[in-house]
Ligand binder design. Sequence first.
Ligand code: NAD
Length: 239
Amino acid sequence: MGKRVVVTGAAQGIGRATAELCAREGATVVAVDRNAERLADLSGCEVRVLDLTDREAVTAFGENADAVDALFNCAGYVDAGELMATSDEGYRLSFDLNVHAITYMLRAFLPGMVSNGGGSIVNMASVAGPIIGVANRYAYCSSKAAVAGITRSVAVDYVGRGIRCNAICPGTVQSPSLDERLAATGDEQAARAAFVSRQPMGRLGSAEEIAYLALYLLSDESAYTTGQLHTIDGGWSMA
Ligand code: NAD
């Protein structure tokens, strides 16, 4: 791949799988997460411990970093509950991390990409919100729909300056935080079975399957796509 790539949320799940895949493919990867312990054993990547909701810290990170060719804004938070059951805290965190942190990262790294002649940005959305409504995910669906808007807005405004900006919309993917969400229901087995049953393929996705789409979008192989929501959901939204 031969590019310098920043991946957020890289300590676990899809971000981690993407950081390691890009590194194996020859990229110089800067892996960003607030979880220092889990970043520590990431193979083949530079690591940076950072709270992405801290605007000043993200700005300082961008000011002191080398220019990058590609950026994957992957970190995200899943808040549970329909409108009336959503806490102020969960709502705020959903937008702080899923939306505002992306804006901070874009402001920190996009100008350097433009100066360098261009680059590829990939934002992590979800099928939940941008593509379909999912029950009990008010803050999640609404914040991920904002990611779709960010993606299209940046794509349109910067297409003439060498910047591409796409979003990935996965269905349900096996990850450490998914395990926590299933356990939190009190009946992990039943919750897992319910999640699997809504997938036409009869299984959840893997982080590696999403990582290969991210690799494609971050690299020059995808040079003719921008401003798109790339759905990868095992057929969940096809009906
Ligand atoms: P995950 O939720 O298990 O891990 C998220 C990572 O983000 C963690 O390493 C965590 O430490 C980091 N993080 C959280 N808050 C942070 C902060 N303030 N600053 C820095 N890092 C922070 O991983 P996942 O389930 O693979 O999800 C990754 C992304 O994919 C998220 O945006 C999520 O919404 C999206 N997504 C996941 C699924 C799924 O089913 N797993 C489906 C669709 C979309």
